[in-house]
Design a binder for this molecule. Structure first.
Ligand SMILES: [Zn+2]
Length: 102
């Protein structure tokens, strides 16, 4: 019961906290861009079965591989892609937490 709350709490709550703390002037826009990080879950559609409750997505799905994670971390460096990188990194943190709780 606790696991989905923590998972979605990180997915939707952490971007909000970061947006309000660091991007006050345009927090809503920042929040929306970070929420887009959830789109990388589209790679689950490539998996069979699409949804498995006890499967750790990290390093299973292509957009959750260690190579992809390195790219997300690099996106944090340039100012232009930082928000996108943050959204993707937060997504990975949420998924890693999920794996730890399994
Ligand atoms: Zn995911």
């Amino acid at each position: 019961m606790l696991q989905p709350i923590i998972h979605y709490g990180i997915h939707f709550g952490l971007p909000l906290v970061i947006a309000l703390l660091f991007f006050k002037a345009f927090w809503l826009k920042a929040y929306c861009i970070m929420i887009l990080g959830i789109l990388i879950d589209l790679d689950h559609l490539l998996a069979d079965p699409i949804f498995a409750p006890n499967r750790c997505s990290i390093n299973f799905h292509p957009l959750h591989s260690y190579y992809a994670i390195v790219v997300y971390l690099i996106l944090l460096i340039p100012k232009k892609t930082r928000l996108l990188g943050l959204g993707l990194t937060i997504h990975i943190i949420a998924d890693i937490t999920d794996c730890c709780l399994m």
